[in-house]
Design a protein around this ligand. Structure first.
Ligand code: CTP
Length: 407
């Protein structure tokens, strides 16, 4: 993204500095943001003060540093006033401890209390030892925070201050500044889907064998939920027809919960009547037991060694068959022959686009927070690199928007 100074001029950034060896780089980040035209104020932990003196940040920012909940010459309630002042909160470096506190909602010092009170977007640049970064607790906190909308400039591999070599090194100052500026320009997403009414299918379906057993698949629904959330942010009216998932309904989205492929078909058909576009991300079961039992089958005498299956309806193909001017986008999760399979689905189902993703890759499989997609249309193939799902969602919605405009 190319940014010009006018776009971020006067934007207010709260720079939150934690106690890590990379704290000195926060000074360069501060200067980089100022050079781009931003106003910066600083909050810091007591431990950060052991690495870089508060005077340095006060001299650079020309404001009092928020490091004490009760003593600030500029304001009586520093954590609230600094939080509400900011257009963006940027944490450099974020320690494992701070990530854990953010994930748990702990506000036991000036910096964590300020972050908890921030209504603005929050961007976090972690910097720590490789083992602390890879620790399951830190990775779980990363996923929790990402799921809540916190953005990250992930650490990179390199020689760490402790002598270890590996992932955990604070990202480059230029990359952190660029990510902050991009977020500032982006923070009010363009309302380019106002007037669009989107049906999104998401998650797996469950096909009952008997009241306690079912056939399902590995879908978590993350992709569909990310698209639903992004579409709502961009102004669309969204109906999310979702199979069973562990995900919370995104803000501003109407969710219709279903269990089986047959229920998903009915709910999707009903929502499609008023829709202008449909995005089918669901991993719908292709087969369902022909004769689900109404009682729990007993393995000793009820022949559980084989289950007769019948094919389910292809929801995407059915929507395409009656779509008229409406836009319909499907997905193709494949493990091999990705583009050939996606191309075949585009033609067979009659969709406007098929989003192909290679689920044999760890960074693009079910449950991952990233995906590597290729968008296949009659115009050709658009391959993207591995991206966080929020960005993938925007790419898919850019196609939906363009297709709607071309009608
Ligand atoms: N789909 C659907 N209803 C079905 C099966 C699939 O709506 N009964 C949709 C999915 O939501 C997705 C697209 O069709 O948008 C492709 O799904 P996928 O499972 O990859 O393909 P299938 O058509 O099931 O073919 P195959 O399993 O042979 O790859």
């Amino acid at each position: 993204m190319t940014l010009n100074k006018d776009q971020v001029k006067g934007e207010k950034v709260l720079l939150a500095v934690c106690g890590g060896i990379a704290a000195y780089k926060a000074c360069e980040v501060l200067r980089g943001l100022q050079k781009a035209g931003c106003e910066v104020r600083v909050a810091m932990t007591a431990d950060a003060g052991r690495f870089v003196g508060k005077v340095t940040f006060e001299a650079l920012s020309r404001h009092a540093v928020c490091d004490d909940l009760y003593a600030n010459p500029e304001t009586a309630i520093p954590h609230i006033d600094y939080a509400e002042w900011a257009d963006l909160a940027l944490v450099v470096p974020a320690t494992a401890n701070l990530m854990a506190k953010m994930a748990a909602g702990i506000a036991d010092d000036a910096l964590s209390a300020t972050l908890l009170a921030c209504p603005c977007p929050v961007l976090v640049a972690p910097g720590m030892n490789v083992h602390m970064w890879r620790n399951a607790a830190t990775q779980a906190n990363l996923r929790t925070l990402e799921a809540r909308g916190v953005r990250f400039v992930l650490p990179v591999e390199g020689r760490l201050a402790c002598g270890d070599v590996g992932e955990g090194k604070l990202a480059d100052v230029e990359d952190i500044v660029a990510a902050a500026l991009a977020l500032l320009c982006d923070k009010l997403p363009e309302q380019d889907l106002v007037g669009a009414r989107l049906l999104i299918t998401a998650g797996p379906t469950r096909e009952a064998i008997d009241p306690v057993r079912y056939i399902a698949n590995a879908s978590t629904g993350k992709m569909g939920y990310a698209i639903a959330a992004a579409a709502a942010r961009r102004g669309a009216q969204v109906t999310l027809v979702s199979g069973p998932t562990a995900l919370a309904c995104p803000e501003g989205v109407r969710r219709v919960g279903v269990v089986s492929a047959a229920q998903m078909r009915d709910a999707a058909a009903a929502a499609f009547v008023d829709a202008t576009a449909a995005v089918c991300t669901a991993a719908v079961a292709d087969y369902t037991p022909a004769h689900p039992a109404d009682h729990k089958l007993k393995k000793a005498h009820e022949h559980l060694d084989s289950i007769e299956l019948v094919e389910t309806a292809d929801i995407l193909a059915e929507l395409c068959a009656c779509k008229g001017e409406r836009v319909v986008v499907g997905f193709a999760a494949e493990t091999n022959d990705l583009l050939a399979n996606a191309q075949a689905k585009l033609e067979r189902k009659g969709a406007d686009a098929i989003v192909a993703n290679d689920v044999s890759r760890a960074d693009s499989t079910f449950g991952a927070d990233t995906s590597r997609i290729a968008v296949v249309t009659s115009a050709g193939v658009e391959q993207h690199k591995t991206l966080p799902l929020v960005d993938v969602a925007d790419i898919v919605l850019d196609h939906v928007r363009d297709l709607l405009r071309s009608r």
